[in-house]
Write a protein that binds this ligand. Structure first.
Ligand code: OOG
Ligand code: MG
Length: 264
């Protein structure tokens, strides 16, 4: 980790926290501080989330990001990352999704794991699956706090992996095969993204294995009841008011939202 004093980390964390609360983009931290590295990015992310937790928001799980080629290409960062989810980020399946307070939100399909046991550190795919209570189709709302949705790896890590909201669809038993499911994202009925769950590190369970490892490296663990998003297999879609967005996952069902609010 680079040698940044705690007050500087706090300053960066407060900038990102304020940007998210006000819905106003800020400059990339790496522009202000070119030496920013990934470890420092995670330290800043932790402080951003601590601020939220201090305001009474409860941690409910984590999200994996950039686990597919499509996503890596779209944002120009080619490393798997993770971020934290809090309860206030949850959007109910089938409900309205307001763009109010967001900057330049996008939606993407997700495979969701719900855990029944804690896991952390190096685990096999079988061990990871044995901790799973249920799997579900999902959707993530991402929204970079950086201008023009542009960032490098440490920037996006500090910004809690661009997370803004998540939707969890119908739950299925842990034994459900999720290895190669067709995925379609529709906007107003028209297919705009098509992919497969196999695009998530070859099999979405690998995202859960990576989650346990990366969270373990941060000295934390995945907990019973946690929600884990595996990362999108397709590019994300830019949201506009009035859109109806639906993610269909073969065999798991669909997740839909109706987008409302002012144009951000
Ligand atoms: C980073 C977050 C990536 C995913 O599913 O790959 C992510 C971004 O795209 O801004 O959530
Ligand atoms: Mg995602």
């Amino acid at each position: 980790m680079i040698d940044l004093e705690k007050p500087s980390l706090d300053k960066f964390a407060s900038q990102l926290d304020e940007a998210a609360r006000a819905g106003v983009a800020v400059a990339q931290l790496s522009e202000i501080y070119p030496d920013l590295d990934v470890t420092t990015g995670y330290a800043i992310q932790k402080l951003v989330i601590q601020r939220r937790v201090c305001r009474g928001k409860r941690r409910v799980g984590i999200k994996m990001g950039l686990t597919s080629r499509a996503k890596m290409r779209q944002v120009g960062v080619d490393q798997v990352i993770w971020g934290r989810l809090t309860e206030d980020m949850r959007v109910d399946e089938g409900s309205d999704l307001t763009l109010a307070g967001r900057i330049h939100p996008r939606a993407e399909p997700e495979i969701v794991f719900i855990l029944k046991k804690p896991i952390a550190g190096r685990v096999s795919a079988a061990e990871a699956m044995s901790a799973v209570e249920a799997v579900a189709p999902g959707m993530e709302i991402i929204d970079s706090r950086y201008q023009n949705f542009k960032f490098n790896l440490p920037d996006v890590v500090a910004d809690n992996a661009s997370s803004s909201g998540f939707v969890v669809g119908p739950l299925h038993p842990a034994g459900t095969d999720i290895g190669n499911l067709g995925i379609v994202v529709r906007v107003d009925g028209e297919a705009v993204q098509i992919g497969s769950s196999a695009a998530i590190l070859g099999h979405p369970v690998r995202a859960l294995v990576a989650a346990a490892r990366m969270v373990g490296e941060a000295g934390e663990s995945l907990q019973a009841g946690d929600i884990v998003l595996g990362g999108a297999p397709t590019e994300a879609v830019t949201l506009r008011p009035g859109m109806h967005v639906r993610a269909e996952v073969q065999g798991l069902g669909t997740v839909a939202v109706a987008v409302t609010g002012e144009r951000p």
